[in-house]
Design a binder for this molecule. Structure first.
Ligand code: PHE
Length: 474
């Protein structure tokens, strides 16, 4: 027994722990477990123990400089790398050093020095090997655990074995060494040795690693769910290219050529290709419709339509370009189609905006398409997605009349998810159809944020596996 207990080899330790557990289960041993948390220096910590902490080196340097000349650039020109200097200044700021128009200033020199000494002592105290955390100052532990690579924690478990009364009383001659089998091997099966073997009982409460198998990205899962809902409702899926002409992305939708959304600030225009060919037939029709309304009964926007503007290449700003092109290609075929695709707008990235996002788009193009049909379709869609409370409000888009904004009820609040309406004759006539078209487009990321309960759109795309794993399954 003594040999086993002094085992230092990992496998022997596991073996000893297993044997002890068996004896405990047989009531012969009592095991007391005592775990301690140890802390030691990490890679950076070892370096700091030798060379000094970054803040300590930097502080010495700053104090040596003349009072008027203590600047960030001064620190950098004294041998710190840019990233190191930045990090060091960050740490010193936390200690009370301020930057005032490029100069480093501070008032409590003594306080800062003391704090840095305390940190240095802490690191030095660890330089002789691991120490039990219970004897260390909590604020130092907290501080250094927030810094990369300085300290590492490890857990050590020690077990004390004591014979129970049964264990002490047992007649040793009745004991024998039995190899208990934890895992059956092909050899055991072949040699029949399993027949006389004793098997270790399973301990279903033993700790195990949590398996983290692959899973679909939540956005992909959501797209697939939306797809299946529309397919279930009898819609077919369409796709289109990211690169489109301004003509199809905007003119076809009767968006005036002077519309602010068409400027470079809002739309990504391309250099290569800078232009795209657009069928002259459509250029003619759009220019007539935009200038004076053509046969649509509209008076148009007036002014003169610029066909060159129509041929500018851009990254599509909405997926409505797909549905419009679908009608142009199938003007006589009744259709219910949807698409889920990426769109691009010049947006500054923040909590709710990204320059690339997705839209869910759809149309019903049939002789009897109507506003009630549009509303009931959207209500059905959202109900199937799990949001039975939908409301529509009047809205404005240059290409629909009437137009409606679609809101859903979420935790007692109405949230706007998208736009919809019936395409205006200025849109449908050049496409070659007389039928009304129910159309809608909504943001996918908005919906994803609701479903996944996120408050920052960027969280959907950061490759943070930990967070992604925890996101609910759809
Ligand atoms: N294209 C609009 C948008 O990008 C949405 C919309 C689609 C509105 C179809 C009306 C009809 O917000």
């Amino acid at each position: 027994m003594g040999e086993i207990l002094s085992a230092t080899d990992w496998e022997d330790q596991v073996f000893a722990a297993g044997a002890g557990k068996t004896l405990e289960e047989a009531g012969l041993l009592e095991i007391e477990e005592h775990s301690t948390k140890l802390v030691s220096l990490g890679q950076e910590g070892k370096r700091a123990a030798e060379e000094g902490l970054l803040e300590s080196k930097m502080w010495d340097l700053i104090k040596k400089q003349d009072e008027g000349n203590r600047s960030l650039s001064g620190v950098m020109s004294s041998g710190f790398e840019r990233s190191e200097a930045g990090a060091g200044i960050g740490i010193l700021k936390g200690l009370g050093v301020k930057i005032d128009s490029g100069k480093l200033v501070y008032t409590d020199e003594e306080g800062i020095t003391k704090q840095i000494e305390k940190r240095t002592d802490f690191i030095e105290s660890l330089s002789n090997g691991p120490i039990d955390v219970s004897g260390l100052e909590e604020d130092m532990l907290a501080h250094f655990s927030s810094r990369k690579g300085l300290i590492v924690f490890e857990e050590s478990v020690s077990r004390t074995w004591k014979l129970t009364k049964n264990g002490a009383d047992i007649d040793e001659t009745t004991l024998s060494v039995v190899a208990m089998i934890g895992e059956l091997t092909p050899e055991m099966l072949q040699t029949d040795s399993w027949k006389n073997a004793e098997f270790k009982p399973f301990d279903v409460s033993a700790p195990t690693p949590v398996p983290s198998g692959g899973r679909r990205h939540p956005m992909q899962a959501l797209i697939e769910r939306i797809r299946s809902v529309f397919l279930e409702m009898g819609f077919s899926e369409i796709e289109g290219d990211f690169v489109q002409s301004a003509g199809w992305n905007m003119d076809a939708l009767y968006i005036p050529q002077s519309h602010p959304a068409r400027t470079m600030q809002d739309t990504f225009y391309l250099d290569d290709p800078g232009t795209l060919d657009v069928d002259e037939h459509y250029l003619d029709l759009w220019s007539k419709v935009h200038e004076h309304g053509h046969d649509t009964g509209s008076r148009g926007w007036g002014g003169s339509f610029d066909k060159e503007e129509s041929q500018k290449a851009l990254l599509r700003t909405h997926t409505t370009v797909n549905t419009v092109r679908h009608i142009a290609e199938n003007p006589d075929v009744p259709s219910r189609v949807f698409g889920i695709g990426r769109v691009f707008r010049q947006e500054t990235i923040d909590r709710t905006h990204m320059p690339e996002f997705h839209q869910i788009e759809g149309i019903i193009h049939e002789p009897d398409s109507s506003l009630p049909m549009l509303i009931s379709t959207l209500k059905t869609f959202y109900a199937k997605m799990g949001y039975p409370d939908v409301r529509v409000r009047p809205a404005y888009f240059p290409y629909t009349e009437p137009s409606a904004e679609v809101d859903i009820l979420w935790k007692g609040e109405w949230l706007e998810l998208g736009g919809s309406g019936i395409f205006r004759p200025e849109v449908t006539e050049p496409l070659g159809t007389d039928w009304p078209v129910c159309a809608w487009g909504m943001g996918l990321e908005r919906l994803a944020m609701l479903i996944l309960d996120l408050d920052d759109i960027r969280q959907l795309y950061q490759p943070d596996l930990e967070r992604l794993r925890k996101m609910p399954l759809l």
